[in-house]
Every structure is written in structure tokens, then in C-alpha cells.
Write a protein that binds this ligand. Structure first.
Ligand code: C2E
Ligand code: CA
Ligand code: CA
Length: 759
């Protein structure tokens, strides 16, 4: 019974039945009944020792006594009891509320044992007496409670808006009302009766009557239910019966039972219930109307949705036509401008670079003229497809018309990035196109412009890219050009150099020159520095400053470094074989080499394969490497030190490290940058600085090498400061190995022979 009308009718029936009730009972056979119970005080309470009592239990026991039944209690959870009841494992359940749903599988006593309902309590000083008075009030409710749900439905039906405050249980709700934290509380009447403080009064707002019955799931227990019905009717009508004794014991001495109702109260109740019935009937009518209207609206909105969907599809088709090139299905000029605008705004906001490529096919007109427009169209489609295959999802390829395409590249790190992609696009045209048996080759000229540019002028990117495209055409077609000529030059030089350097490594174009480092105390040469050069077949000798950065960027530095180490070791062995005093060779290692794994093992491998002691290799690194927060650096240096290699800091003074910082690393040699040595003679500051470096380096037990010594003046000054070694054009330029051997022999003749160790 979930309809308020029926529920109200049930209350009325209950009242009539109770008022008219008389003794009805029959003779039942003696039998044993398994009775399911769960704690639901005061209707059923189960003690810790397992004893069962409570209102419905007392009543049932009174009946069982009269009938000679033996009751066996089975205590379980509500869920378990329901299952057992359905399965017929227990005969009876005490205290189960009647619902239409349950009535389908269970049989109930016709006579309810008890009827509970929802009541609104208010503070004694409040003024709530009807549902309408609840408007704008704070109402305490139990979340998920059926009474609360019915109350909320009722409020909605009456269009009354309230402020619902949830509490943990009924008693707490009553307390909240007493403290006036809420204006009213929705509780069940039983709890209200037992727990409401004198500050609270029950209002006339009563609703949702719930009948409590005995029930069974077994056919053979039906006669038992009928017997209980007969007894209940009799017991209820007799004020002194066990039923009323149980009411007094468990519910309340003052609780009104239907039979004990004073006539005025009965009438008041009937009137109240009658009004409730009226409201309910009205609300049913209203609800029906609302439902019908809702359904109508729903149907209309569905129709509208379909219409909107169709409209949207049509719009999309229109957009497609307006924004795409019908031949290739690529974005057209209009959409391209839109996307370019977005990309530029994005780049500005996120401080990134975008590039715009302007692609013009080389000699496309010839294809059109000689093979016809249809073939030309098919070629354009095929080219669009190949380009698309080379682009990232985030790039926009558009066709502006004719044989002109554009590409917007977002989020690029450097102009260099673009080149990789541009080359890939040109590459994609390498395979000839097969158009109906005709094999056609196509080239393209690509103009590139990068945004934002260094100069802050207002740019027309498309125009710039097109200008660059004409430059590419002028440079012989099927190539690319940047709008900024400087960029084109830089980028292409880099690329050319990278490729040539790769070839140089295998073509033996690299050579190593060696520059002596001379000890000031005895004029001996303890070590030489290995300096790589590139003997370019066309451009002649290229200094390392020009190609080492390219090698570092492209990763070629690892191979190059290994090659230099290998050359140095071979050279040491060769000089040893020539009978020269044992020389150490200093090699320069770039930071990139430290970042790659296996540096130590490759160095050790080279030494081992040439049978050389580790102190024959000196390693020169820069200060900036020490500053890197890279975990491996310190560890690698320690390993190299432990192996016995000599570690030197190159170009000291140009970085930001301090001498005291060097203390944390196993460094043996400090090479003062040649700029200080150069300035020393003219600038007293530089001189003082070099002097300080020498003194402090000695305090840290570091050997000092002065680089770039070009004049006698510099040499004298360095000697006066106590500098340990010098290196520079004054003494010797870097030389090819053969030349160096001759130089060394001459030098030895002048200064006598000595060998050198690690320190
Ligand atoms: P660096 O390590 O500071 O090398 C010393 C540079 O100073 C050499 O230039 C040398 O030729 C030059 N130099 C020597 N004495 C004088 C002098 O009296 N006056 C002047 N003005 N210059 C002098 P180079 O050979 O051009 O090398 C330049 C830089 O290239 C080196 O600077 C080094 O950082 C790098 N490098 C050279 N070879 C290699 C290598 O094999 N690997 C790595 N990673 N870098 C290398
Ligand atoms: Ca060096
Ligand atoms: Ca240096």
C-alpha cells in the first residue's frame, strides 16, 4: 500500500474494526511454531542472554498460551529472516510492516497488531499546526526514512518549500526541536510517545500509517494466522486483556488504543484523517494531471531534439562546404586563416613557437597543360594524402587553391625542428606518382616563417612564408627557405655540417693536433693537450669551435670523443715506441659525453687495449659540468680519480664556480682561462685575479696551468706568481703528432730529459 489514499483508508478501517471489534476465536491444534525475531524495540527486544520479549512477543505468547502452542524463537538479521520466511524455514515473523510488495509472497494476519505513523513534533512555543505552516521552516528528518520520504512528497504536493535538516536518529531530531535548532521534526509516533520532552507537542500533521502484523510464508501456517486474528480482535476489545497490559508495559501507559479512545478524540481523529484523505484525493488528481502534462512536454522535447539534431547535421555539412576544399577535403583558405589566428594566439599565450610553411609545387602548370585538369586534380589529391601522412595530428594542412598548400606547425622548440618536417615533406614526393599508367615526378618549394620573430614588427605570416617560398624557387626548386635569410643560412649550414661531420668521422677527415704544456720549474713537458681539427676536403682546416657545438647537438660528440681518445692512446704508444719521455695526453670531454652511459668503461677500454696506465690520460672538463645537478657527474669523476686519471678544470674563471666549491670534487689541475692571461699585463685587476687564483689553488693543492701564453711579459708575470705550467703560442702551437715529436726532441736537447708521473 504505497498510495496515501489507501493508507488513509486503512487507518479508517482500523478505527472502525477496533471500535466494532468482538471476541472471535476457534480451537487450534497443539503445535510447535518457529518464530523469527529481530531487535526492534519496543515491539521486539532481544536480550544479550538470548531471552526474547517486547510488545508483539507478549501478545503472541498470550495467544500461544491460550492455544497450547510451543514457541521457538529464531533470532537473525532482518534480511536473513526474510529469506528464511520465504523459504518456509520459519513459521512466523513478529512485527512486519504490511506492504503491497510483501503481500505478494507473504500472508499477513488480517488484524494488525499495532499501527505506527509519522508525526510532526514542534516546540511548545511554536505555531505549526498544518502542513502549510511548515513553509520556510527548518524541519529535522532522518535521511532515507520512509516517513521522511512521505513527508517530502507531501510538501512537494502542497508546494511548500522548507529547509530540511538531517539528524542521526529520531531521538536526536526531537532533541534538536527542543533546543529550537529546527522548527519541527518528523518522527514515528511510537518514538514520539516515548521520548518527546515536555517542551514538545505532537502536531495534527500525521501521515503514512504503517500496520504491523504477524506474517508467514507457509500455506500450512495460514490457520494459525486466522486463529491469531480471532484472538487479536478479542484481546484488543478488552481493556484488561494481555494485549492492553502489553501496551501499558511496552508502549506507554497513556497510549490510546482504539477501544479506549474518548469519543471526542475519536471524532477529532476521524476529522483529521478525513481531511488528510481529502488532501490525498486532491493530490492524486493533481499528480495525475502533472504526469499527463509532463508526458506531453517530454514528447514535445523529443521531437525538438530530433529537429535540433537534423539542424546540427545540416549545419555541419554547410560548414564542411564553407571551410573545406572540395577537391582534397583539406581545410580551405577561410578555415586556414581561422586556425592560424588561433595558433598565433596560443603561441603568444604559452610562449612557444609556431611555424607556417607555404608549399608551392614546382612546374605543376606543365602537368595541367599537358595531361589535362582531371589528371592535375588527381595529382593534387595524391599529394595532399602524402603530405598528411607526414604530419602530426596537431598540424594543420590546408589547400589555399591551385597548387598551393600551407602547413601550420604548433609547439615547435626551434626553427631547426621545422627543417626535419620540411625535409620529410619534400622526401614524400620522391616516389613518382602513378596516375592511370602515367608516372609523374613532382617537386615542391617550401617557404618557412616562424612566429613570434625576434623583431617585434607586425607580421603577415602568410605573405612572409610566400616570399620565402619564392626564395626557395630561386635557389633551384625542390628545396626550402626561411623568411629570415639569417635563419635559412644558419639552419642549412648546420644541417650541411651535421651531415658532413657524420661522413668525416668515417672518412678519416678528422685529425688531432697536440699542444705541449710546459712546466715552469724545470722547463719539462709533462703533458700535451689533444685538440681536434677537421680537415675538410673543400674548406680546409676547420677549428673545433665551429663543429664541436654541432657534434654536441646532434649526438655525434660521443663517437667523436671516443675517436679522439683512441687517437690519443695510439699516439702515446707511438711516442713511447720512439723513445720519448713518457707523456700524458689531456683530452677535452664535453658535458654531453658525461650524460651518456658507459663513458668510464670506454675510457678504461681504450687504456687497456693500448696497455697504458691511467695517469697517461688527463681529462679536461669545464666548471659548468660541476654545476650541473646531474647525479652521475660526481660519481663518474670519483671513479676516474680512483682509476688514477688526472682531472683538470678547463677555462677556469669563465664559469660561476668558486675555488672552495671545487673542494667537493676530485680535481688535480686548474687551467686559468686565456682571457685572464691575455688581460693580465694591461689590467691590474686581471693580474690580481690570476695571482689570487694561483695562491688559492695551491692552498687546495691544485696544480695551475696558464692557457694562451703569447708573450714573454705574460710568462715572466706567471713565473713570478708561482704558476706551475704554461701553454700557449709563445712556447708552441698545437701540432700534428709527427711535428710534435720533432719539437719535443729539440726541446729535450735544450732542457734535458725527465719523465713525468701523475703529480
Ligand atoms: P680549449 O680546451 O680551451 O683549448 C685551447 C684552445 O686555445 C685551443 O683552440 C688552442 O689552439 C688555443 N690556444 C692555445 N694556445 C693559444 C694562444 O697562445 N693564444 C690563443 N689565442 N689561443 C691559443 P682550439 O684548438 O681551436 O680548440 C678550441 C676549443 O675546442 C678547445 O678549447 C676545446 O674546448 C674544444 N675542443 C678541442 N678539441 C676537442 C675535443 O677533442 N673534444 C672536445 N669535446 N672539445 C674539444
Ligand atoms: Ca682544453
Ligand atoms: Ca681552455
Amino acid at each position: 500500500m504505497d498510495n496515501p489514499t489507501l493508507r488513509t483508508l486503512a487507518v479508517l478501517c482500523l478505527l472502525c474494526l477496533a471500535l466494532a471489534g468482538g471476541p472471535v476465536w476457534g480451537q487450534a491444534p497443539e503445535r510447535s511454531l518457529r518464530v523469527g525475531v529481530y531487535a526492534n524495540p519496543p515491539l521486539v527486544s532481544v536480550d544479550r542472554d538470548g531471552s526474547v520479549e517486547g510488545f508483539t512477543v507478549d501478545v503472541l505468547e498470550a495467544i500461544a498460551r491460550a492455544e497450547g502452542w510451543h514457541l521457538e524463537y529464531v533470532e537473525a538479521s532482518w534480511g536473513e529472516l526474510m529469506t528464511s520466511l520465504q523459504a518456509g524455514e520459519i513459521d512466523l515473523l513478529t512485527a512486519i510492516a504490511h506492504t503491497a510488495e510483501r503481500a505478494r509472497t507473504l500472508s499477513y494476519t488480517r488484524e494488525p497488531i499495532f499501527t505506527n505513523w509519522g508525526v510532526v513534533y514542534r516546540h511548545r512555543q511554536g505555531d505549526i499546526s498544518s502542513v502549510l505552516d511548515l513553509a520556510g521552516r527548518r524541519i529535522g528528518m532522518l535521511a532515507g526514512d520512509t516517513h521522511a520520504q512521505v513527508m517530502e512528497d507531501m510538501l512537494a504536493e502542497f508546494g511548500v518549500e522548507t529547509q530540511v535538516v538531517h539528524g542521526p536518529d529520531y531521538r536526536a531530531l526531537l532533541d534538536m526541536t527542543a533546543r529550537r535548532e529546527v522548527d519541527a521534526a518528523v518522527v514515528n509516533r511510537l518514538v514520539g510517545r516515548v521520548h518527546a520532552s515536555p517542551d514538545l507537542v505532537a502536531t495534527h500533521i500525521i501521515f503514512n500509517p504503517v500496520e504491523i502484523h504477524y506474517a508467514t510464508g507457509r500455506e500450512d501456517v495460514l490457520p494459525v494466522l486466522r486463529t491469531i486474528d480471532a484472538h487479536l480482535a478479542r484481546l484488543k476489545s478488552d481493556g484488561d486483556s494481555a494485549y492492553h497490559e502489553a501496551v501499558r508495559r511496552w508502549i506507554d501507559a497513556t497510549v490510546e488504543t482504539p477501544a479506549a479512545l474518548p469519543v471526542w478524540l475519536a471524532w477529532a481523529l476521524v476529522t483529521a484523517v478525513g481531511m488528510l484523505l481529502l488532501f490525498a484525493v486532491l493530490s492524486v488528481l493533481l499528480r495525475h494531471q502533472v504526469r499527463r502534462r509532463t508526458q506531453e512536454l517530454l514528447n514535445k522535447s523529443r521531437a525538438l531534439e530530433t529537429e535540433i539534431q537534423e539542424h546540427r547535421l545540416a549545419q555541419e555539412r554547410l560548414n564542411e562546404l564553407a571551410y573545406s576544399d572540395p577537391l582534397t577535403r583539406l581545410p580551405n583558405r577561410a578555415l586556414f586563416h581561422d586556425r592560424l589566428q588561433q595558433a598565433m594566439e596560443y603561441a603568444k599565450r604559452h610562449d612557444t613557437l609556431i611555424a607556417l610553411l607555404f608549399i608551392d609545387l614546382d612546374d605543376f602548370k606543365r602537368v595541367n597543360d599537358s595531361l589535362g585538369h582531371a589528371t592535375g586534380d588527381r595529382l593534387l589529391q595524391a599529394i595532399a594524402q602524402r603530405f598528411e601522412g607526414r604530419l602530426r595530428k596537431t598540424d594543420t594542412l590546408a589547400r589555399l587553391g591551385g597548387d598551393e598548400f600551407t602547413v601550420i606547425l604548433t609547439d615547435i622548440a626551434s626553427p631547426q625542428d621545422t627543417v626535419v618536417l620540411v625535409r620529410s615533406l619534400l622526401e614524400s614526393l620522391r616516389e613518382p606518382f602513378d596516375l592511370g599508367g602515367q608516372s609523374i615526378r613532382m617537386g615542391a618549394s617550401i617557404g618557412i616563417t616562424v612566429y613570434p620573430t625576434d623583431d617585434s614588427r607586425e607580421t603577415d605570416l602568410l605573405k612572409d612564408a610566400e616570399t620565402a617560398m619564392y626564395q626557395a624557387k630561386a635557389r633551384g626548386k625542390h628545396t626550402f627557405a626561411f623568411y629570415a635569410p639569417e635563419l635559412t643560412r644558419r639552419v642549412s649550414e648546420r644541417l650541411v655540417m651535421e651531415n658532413e661531420l657524420r661522413a668525416a668521422l668515417t672518412n678519416d677527415e678528422l685529425v688531432v693536433h697536440y699542444q705541449p704544456v710546459v712546466s715552469l720549474s724545470d722547463g719539462q713537458v709533462h703533458s700535451v693537450e689533444a685538440l681536434v681539427r677537421w680537415n675538410h676536403p673543400e674548406r680546409g682546416m676547420i677549428p673545433p669551435d665551429q663543429f664541436i657545438p654541432v657534434a654536441e647537438e646532434s649526438g655525434l660528440i660521443t663517437g667523436l670523443g671516443d675517436w679522439v681518445t683512441e687517437r690519443a692512446c695510439t699516439q702515446i704508444s707511438a711516442w713511447d715506441a720512439r723513445g720519448l719521455p713518457a707523456l700524458a695526453v689531456a683530452i677535452n670531454l664535453s658535458a654531453v659525453q658525461f650524460r651518456r652511459d658507459g663513458l668510464v668503461s670506454r675510457l678504461a677500454g681504450s687504456l687497456r687495449s693500448h696497455g697504458l696506465a691511467a695517469h697517461r690520460l688527463h681529462i679536461e672538463i669545464t666548471e659548468s659540468l660541476l654545476m650541473q645537478k646531474h647525479g652521475h657527474v660526481e660519481e663518474t669523476l670519483r671513479t676516474l680519480d680512483a682509476m688514477g686519471m688526472v682531472l683538470a678544470i678547463d677555462d677556469f674563471g669563465t664559469g660561476y664556480s668558486s675555488l672552495s666549491y671545487l673542494r667537493h670534487f676530485p680535481i688535480h689541475v686548474l687551467k686559468v682561462d686565456r682571457s685572464f692571461v691575455n688581460d693580465m699585463v694591461h689590467s691590474p685587476d686581471s693580474r690580481a685575479l690570476v695571482e689570487a687564483i694561483v695562491a688559492m689553488a695551491h692552498a687546495l693543492r691544485l696544480r695551475v696551468v696558464a692557457e694562451g701564453v703569447e708573450t714573454e711579459e705574460q710568462l715572466t708575470a706567471l713565473r713570478a706568481m708561482g704558476c706551475d705550467c704554461v701553454q700557449g703560442y709563445l712556447l708552441a702551437r698545437p701540432m700534428p703528432p709527427g711535428e710534435l715529436a720533432d719539437w719535443l726532441e729539440q726541446h729535450l736537447n735544450a732542457h734535458g730529459t725527465k719523465t713525468t708521473g701523475r703529480a
